[in-house]
Ligand binder design. Structure first.
Ligand SMILES: NC(=O)c1ccc[n+]([C@@H]2O[C@H](COP(=O)([O-])OP(=O)(O)OC[C@H]3O[C@@H](n4cnc5c(N)ncnc54)[C@H](O)[C@@H]3O)[C@@H](O)[C@H]2O)c1
Length: 256
């Protein structure tokens, strides 16, 4: 029997990291529209609270939770808060990520470490502590936000970022294989360039814009909603047999 729209995540609790803005905020909003209680984890309390309030104003169930994904104690506290409030956790979206755009020749070692800490150690710690909560709840879903750069070498993206996103691709598959017996599914999303305010700034330079549009067979940038809808599908029971998948949301970029 088909599940009616608006109920695809009814009764479920989700924690989305980096949800104060951008893709994380779009995913949190989409999940709430489909009936989930959503915890918006972010190290920026200002944007995080604002994004949560925006969802609540539209009738959704949303909570800001202070979270620095690089800090293990912060993860333990955030997961405990979600479980205490709703009695469960069903979905973890490891979305928080940073990109310090320096080529390898000039990249400072401390900046490389900072990117590894947010983009790889963050999801690693989140999964480490979410597994125990998922087991108490009879299972769970993990979605890791990689990138098209976590699938193929990308001429417009610097080396450090691709290292972190590639690591996430295989962290996903390992968790998928090792924890499926506990009814935990783990998949990754791989967007191409998303039309965000930051990117619009970059695209004031027509050469940069032409480069990015030229690589997408569908001829447009991804929208935050494109990515949020893919996350929704992976989070929902409609994807109950989808595990260990690296799903591009890239208009065919990585197929070219
Ligand atoms: N925007 C794109 O074109 C694109 C394409 C492919 C993949 N991605 C990936 O999607 C994810 C989201 O991208 P975005 O463009 O929405 O980013 P963004 O910079 O707009 O938002 C990132 C959010 O993460 C939060 N954050 C940063 N460090 C954190 C930490 N230590 N702990 C908790 N929160 C932290 C920030 O406060 C911010 O709210 C990232 O992982 C990014 O690499 C983005």
């Amino acid at each position: 029997m088909a599940v009616p729209m608006g109920m695809r995540l009814a009764g479920k609790t989700a924690l989305v990291t980096g949800a104060g803005q951008g893709l994380g905020a779009a995913i949190a909003a989409r999940f709430a529209e489909e009936g989930a209680a959503v915890f918006l984890g972010d190290c920026n309390a200002g944007t995080g609270k604002e994004a949560a309030a925006g969802i609540v104003a539209k009738g959704g169930r949303a909570f800001f939770v202070s979270l620095d994904v690089t800090n293990e104690e912060s993860w333990v506290a955030a997961l405990a808060e979600a479980e205490k409030e709703t009695g469960r956790l069903d979905i973890l979206v490891n979305n928080a990520g940073i990109n310090i755009r320096e080529p390898i020749e000039t990249m400072k070692a401390e900046n490389f470490d900072a990117m590894l800490a947010v983009n790889v150690k963050g999801p690693f710690l989140g999964i480490k502590h979410a597994i125990a909560v998922f087991k108490r709840c009879g299972g769970g879903v993990i979605i890791n936000m990689s990138s098209v750069c976590g699938l193929v070498g990308h001429r417009y993206t610097t080396e450090a970022y691709t290292v972190t996103k590639g690591a996430l691709t295989l962290l996903t598959k390992t968790v998928a294989v090792r924890h499926a017996a506990a009814n935990i599914r783990c998949n990754s999303l791989h967007p191409s360039t998303v039309d965000t305010p930051l990117m619009r700034e970059l695209f004031k330079n027509p050469d940069r814009r032409a480069e990015r549009l030229g690589e997408v067979p569908l001829g447009r940038l991804a929208s935050a909603e494109d990515v949020a809808n893919a996350a929704l599908f992976l989070a929902s029971d409609e994807a109950s047999f989808i595990n260990g998948v690296a799903l591009p949301v890239d208009g065919g970029t990585s197929a070219d």
